[in-house]
Design a protein around this ligand. Structure first.
Ligand code: A2P
Length: 335
């Protein structure tokens, strides 16, 4: 297959290349795309240096699949142009996620919503992916009614500029700022822009995307916070269920869930952390305990590598699902 990676010089794009290679996705030809700023640059794929190309050149090459991670504005403008050519776009930006006619997919949770007619498929927000991965099997077992989540999000989630800001602060050098304040030795209770209701866009992504993927009747409230961690998002989650649960049974449900690794042995200091989740594709869950202030309520701690399962790995898994289920259309033959 011809596979375009749009945003191939970015943080997520780089991990997409790595994940396509690691998982041996059937790439016959790779088309790495970036902005004009990157003209003349190359990326390395399967040991070969491949020149970065423009959007137009990639469209002219007629890819079967395009993995997009180049920001919302770029997706809004360009994803339809790829889709017109019968290329299936898997988009990591927030541009298409809440459109009723676009699937928003975590393959382990709702891969079944994908069909052969989908030309633009949305990859959820990184914080949403790891949370719904843990909530989906619990929802099935006990019925999730309400979720209170606080996130501890790494700077790689903001992109290259933010990583450089933290490095500059640690080295004592001046440089461009991705955040309105220093991030090193700080905690910033703002991820993405504020909106009229006092929440941030990131917080509302957690609310709306979780409901779209899992169940619109679930009530979610979120506080999203940026912390000086390079990679790996953490979440403290309080979940109220419809039905009573047994903690041992919760552990069993999570142990059996695909893509989840249970790390829950506090006596031995076993719990998920960004450092131990780094470069891994699973979602790690631990610190399971009852909320003793009210019935049928559980506290848990969820960690994942935001560039992997939170972005690149999930996108590649969507592509794998399409291939496995024969959902990719043959490309239009040019006149
Ligand atoms: P470039 O490196 O040429 O700027 P990150 O979020 O890690 O900063 O990465 C953003 C990615 O999206 C980069 O690969 C960047 O390319 C790419 N990108 C941004 N704007 C465009 C655009 N208008 N067309 C194509 N690629 C873009």
């Amino acid at each position: 297959m011809k596979v375009a990676v749009v945003g191939a010089t970015g943080l997520v794009g780089g991990v997409m290349l790595k994940v396509l290679e690691e998982r041996d996705f059937p790439v016959e030809e790779l088309l790495p795309v970036a902005s004009e700023r990157s003209a003349g640059r190359t990326v390395v794929f399967k040991g070969k240096e491949i020149p970065v190309m423009s959007m137009e050149a990639a469209i002219a090459a007629r890819p079967d699949i395009a993995l997009f991670s180049a920001g919302g504005a770029t997706s809004l403008e360009w994803a339809p142009r790829f889709a017109e050519m019968d290329c299936t776009v898997i988009d990591n930006s927030s541009a298409w996620r809440m459109r009723a006619d676009r699937p928003l997919v975590v393959p382990e949770v709702n891969g079944h919503v994908l069909s052969a007619n989908d030309r633009i498929i949305a990859n959820p927000n990184c914080s949403t992916i790891q949370m719904v991965m843990a909530l989906a099997p619990l929802h099935k077992a006990y019925g999730v009614q309400r979720v209170i989540v606080s996130t501890y999000q790494a700077v790689t989630g903001t992109g290259m500029k933010a990583v450089r800001q933290m490095e500059n602060e640690r080295n004592g050098t001046e440089g461009e700022m991705a955040y309105p304040f220093p991030i090193d030795r700080n905690v910033i209770p703002r991820c993405d822009a504020f909106i009229e209701n006092g929440y941030t866009k990131e917080e509302m992504k957690l609310v709306n995307e979780t409901r779209k993927i899992l169940d619109p009747s679930i009530r979610v409230t979120a506080t999203a916070v940026r912390v000086p961690v390079t990679g790996g998002h953490s979440e403290a989650v309080n979940v109220e269920f419809e039905r009573e649960f047994d903690l041992e049974d919760v552990r069993r449900v999570l142990r059996e869930a695909p893509g989840i690794v249970l790390q829950d042995d506090p006596a031995k200091d076993v719990y998920p952390m960004p450092l131990t989740a780094h470069d891994r594709d699973a979602v790690f869950v631990g610190r399971l305990r009852r909320d003793e202030t009210q019935p049928r309520t559980l506290n848990l701690w969820i960690v994942a590598d935001n560039l992997r399962k939170g972005a690149a790995t999930n996108a590649v898994q969507i592509a794998e699902h399409l291939v496995r289920h024969g959902l990719l259309k043959p490309r239009k033959v040019s006149a």
